[in-house]
Design a protein around this ligand. Sequence first.
Ligand SMILES: CC(C)(COP(=O)(O)OP(=O)(O)OC[C@H]1O[C@@H](n2cnc3c(N)ncnc32)[C@H](O)[C@@H]1OP(=O)(O)O)[C@@H](O)C(=O)NCCC(=O)NCCS
Length: 233
Amino acid sequence: MSTSLTELSEIYRKTFNDFPVIRGITDKDGNRYILRKHTDEDAADYYAFYNSPGIREFLPDGLVFKTKTEAMEELRNRVAGFYKREMLYWCIAEEKTNRLIGGCGFIEWSKYHRRLELAYDMMPSYQGRGIITSVLRFVSAFAFLHLHAVRLQATTTKDNHRSIHILKNKLGFKHEGLLQNYKFWKGEYINVNIFSLSLQQFNDYCKKGNYPFLDADWISFAKDLEQRLFNSN
Ligand SMILES: CC(C)(COP(=O)(O)OP(=O)(O)OC[C@H]1O[C@@H](n2cnc3c(N)ncnc32)[C@H](O)[C@@H]1OP(=O)(O)O)[C@@H](O)C(=O)NCCC(=O)NCCS
């Protein structure tokens, strides 16, 4: 815990020469998904996705794009954010087609405090299949194992019941309260729910012999994650 910021930066530099890719995530029907870096080819899908009903309502105004070029700029910023080690946001793609179906990752990465903020979304036509739940378990474990996180956090609007259900009941995040006037949202400053999962809580889950929100036991899950992890450009 006493590692300096310089030492931490060196650890991250060594751990990831390039963007970490996670393969082999499956849904209940055996379809396979990959977590990879965004490319310019994703911009059209991303633009359509972020303009679809069921998504727009849950996005801040800054992520509602007027053009595909604006959407592409946002994707490029996300990739650049990784190389500055300021964020790590994956494109969730269908393995068969390599097409974008969603996104997830850490939009804020405080290296010194070892705190990461989780965010995620899934195209409406892929929702309800449990894909994002699996993916979030992988990236949460990834954050503790590979990004040396001490705390993960996530915020939701008050009425995002689906997201709240996933955080609390599927990932083991704890509700900490309401942050007042925390976000500028559709023209006003709103209160948001804050949830967290600490390294301590995560370790406690693991010590019990299994991660209660997972089907597999934690050790094999962690080993599995190692096998699925590749560096790629
Ligand atoms: C949040 C989001 C990613 C969830 O995607 P999804 O594909 O539906 O997620 P999953 O299939 O993995 O799991 C959905 C779970 O929510 C449950 N659910 C669905 N509607 C619900 C509701 N209105 N209230 C509570 N739970 C609900 C489902 O039953 C399922 O849980 P279960 O497996 O215990 O039955 C997706 O709805 C989305 O992209 N929303 C817009 C963007 C967003 O809100 N991002 C999060 C910002 S905090």
